[in-house]
Structure formats: structure tokens, C-alpha cells
Design a binder for this molecule. Structure first.
Ligand code: AMP
Length: 279
């Protein structure tokens, strides 16, 4: 079975062995409940480095008290079997006490980029993410760390924090892996009822249509409004945001003169889905 460690000390001991042999290291942080999207991150890391370490840690700091920390899909045995099959070298699976021992008091807040869109609708979310990712990067000091475009704003937040904090790591990204009908794979898709699962691909369909229209010069504000209507019409309970933003800064844009991204978060039943599409 794939080697698994649960403490920072053990993690560092394994990495030190690799480093002494001159081996390069890729880190793939996840919260487990692994699917093909996560595995594409693993494959990129394995293609680019000699050793790949995957972390499985459901980070309590990125869940609000009202959110699904206790019910978040967990499948330790299934995850380890998938990582073994992918040829992963090491799994780091710390407990919450290892990451946040008694007296823990420090957080990493990425201002601006971390306060809008997801940050606005999930207060504290990006601070939780930025804090745990900073800790994992400092614990492992990998050559690269791999993240998915599925969480596009998160990817930009992580790029920002590694630059701002001078963490010597290259952040690599992987395109969104989707089901055949377009729905972006997500651990939380397991929450959808059969009927909701049939409706869910409308999110990707709508974002794709908005991206295409904006790319052809359509009015950004009108397209965003049209997109929201489409989702509500299809049966989504609410739309937190659907917008077209600059692909690097997430600043508002009035057209597609620079690379742009259509991003949305919407609720289907009680499940909140996010997705994004390049213009
Ligand atoms: P999570 O376990 O949901 O926190 O995700 C761990 C990493 O996997 C993050 O970098 C996500 O962006 C990435 N990821 C999750 N779902 C997908 C997907 N469908 N396609 C590509 N990357 C994904």
C-alpha cells in the first residue's frame, strides 16, 4: 500500500530522504473524497517531478459553522487505493490536532482577491484555505504544488500568497475535469438527488454560452443577467454570483479585450455548486 504519514515530523523525514538523493517533489493538496479531477492533479505532478506527495486533510478552518464539515464526503480506504494505483509516493494525512495544535493562533489573509466573490459569500473561507495551504507548503517545501482550475479564484489566491510570502514553490494548474454531460466533478456532487443531478449540467451549459457570447462582443452585464435567469429557470434555488472577470486579477471587465473568465456559484436544492469557463 502507498506509504502514509500522519505527522509533520514523519513527512519531513521522508522528504529529507528524497532531497538527499536529489529528487524533485510535487505536492497535491486535497480534502479527500477523490475523483478523476483530483487524479489529473496527481498525474501532472508525477509527469513534472520525481516524487509526488498527496495530502488528505479536511481543513476545519475553511468551513463556516453552518457548513458541511461533519458530513463532507470522506472515503479513506477508497482514496488510498486510488492513490496507490496512480503510483503516488507518499500520502500525508494529518489529524486536525497535528495541523492546529492547542494554542494555534495564526492565519493568512489574502486581501482584495480573497475578499470578493467566494470570499464575499463564504466569509473566512479563503483565510482558512490560505492558512492551510501556506502551512502545507512550508511543511513540505515542494518544487511544485498542483491545484485545479475548478476552484479558479482559489488558484489565484494561492498564487498571490506564494508570491507575497516568498514561498519558493511553482504553482501549477490543471483544467477542470467534467462528467460527460459537462458537470464539473466535485466531491460535493454526491449530495445531489437524481433530479438535481439531471439539472446540474445547466450550470456549465449556461457559463459556456455566456463565455461564447461575450467572446463575440455581447454586453457583459446583459449576459450575466441572462445567465442568472437561465439558472433560476432551470430550477436552481439561488445564484450567489454569475460574472465575467479579468482572468488574472478578477477585476470587473466590460468586454473580452483581455483574457476573461466567467465564474458562478449557484445553489441546487441545498447543494452549492461552483464552476467557471474561459472566455
Ligand atoms: P478539494 O479536495 O475539493 O479541496 O480539491 C483539491 C484540489 O483538486 C483543488 O486544487 C481543486 O481545484 C482540484 N479539483 C477538484 N475538482 C476538480 C475538477 N473537477 N477538475 C480539476 N481539478 C479539480
Amino acid at each position: 500500500m502507498v506509504e502514509t504519514v500522519r505527522t509533520i515530523q514523519e513527512l519531513r523525514a521522508v522528504l529529507k530522504r528524497w532531497r538527499q538523493k536529489g529528487e524533485t517533489v510535487g505536492l497535491v493538496p486535497t480534502m479527500g473524497g477523490l475523483h478523476a479531477g483530483h487524479l489529473s492533479l496527481v498525474r501532472l505532478s508525477r509527469a513534472k517531478t520525481m516524487r509526488t506527495c498527496v495530502t488528505l486533510f479536511v481543513n476545519p478552518k475553511q468551513f463556516a459553522p453552518t457548513e458541511d464539515l461533519d458530513t463532507y464526503p470522506r472515503d479513506e480506504d477508497g482514496d488510498l487505493a486510488k492513490l496507490e494505483a496512480e503510483g503516488v509516493d507518499l500520502v500525508f494525512q494529518p489529524g486536525a490536532d497535528e495541523v492546529y495544535p492547542a494554542g494555534y493562533a495564526t492565519s493568512v489573509h489574502v486581501g482584495g482577491l480573497g475578499d470578493i466573490l467566494e470570499g464575499e459569500h463564504r466569509p473566512g473561507f479563503f483565510t482558512g484555505v490560505a492558512t492551510v495551504v501556506t502551512k502545507l507548503l512550508v511543511q513540505a517545501l515542494p518544487d511544485i504544488a498542483v491545484f485545479g482550475e475548478k476552484d479558479y479564484q482559489q488558484l489565484l489566491v494561492i498564487r498571490r500568497l506564494t508570491r507575497d510570502l516568498d514561498i519558493p514553490v511553482r504553482i501549477e494548474s490543471v483544467p477542470i475535469v467534467r462528467d460527460d454531460d459537462g458537470l464539473a466533478l466535485s466531491s460535493r456532487n454526491a449530495y445531489l438527488s437524481d433530479a438535481e443531478r439531471k439539472t446540474a449540467p445547466v450550470l456549465f451549459g449556461t457559463l459556456s454560452q455566456v463565455a461564447e457570447n461575450v467572446g463575440r462582443g455581447a454586453n457583459v452585464a446583459e449576459q450575466a443577467e441572462w445567465g442568472v435567469d437561465q439558472l433560476l429557470h432551470a430550477g436552481f434555488a439561488g445564484v450567489d454570483y454569475l460574472c465575467v472577470r479579468d482572468a488574472d486579477s478578477l477585476d470587473e471587465v466590460s468586454g473580452a479585450s483581455r483574457p476573461a473568465r466567467v465564474l458562478a456559484a449557484a445553489t441546487l436544492g441545498s447543494t452549492r455548486l461552483i464552476d467557471n469557463v474561459a472566455v
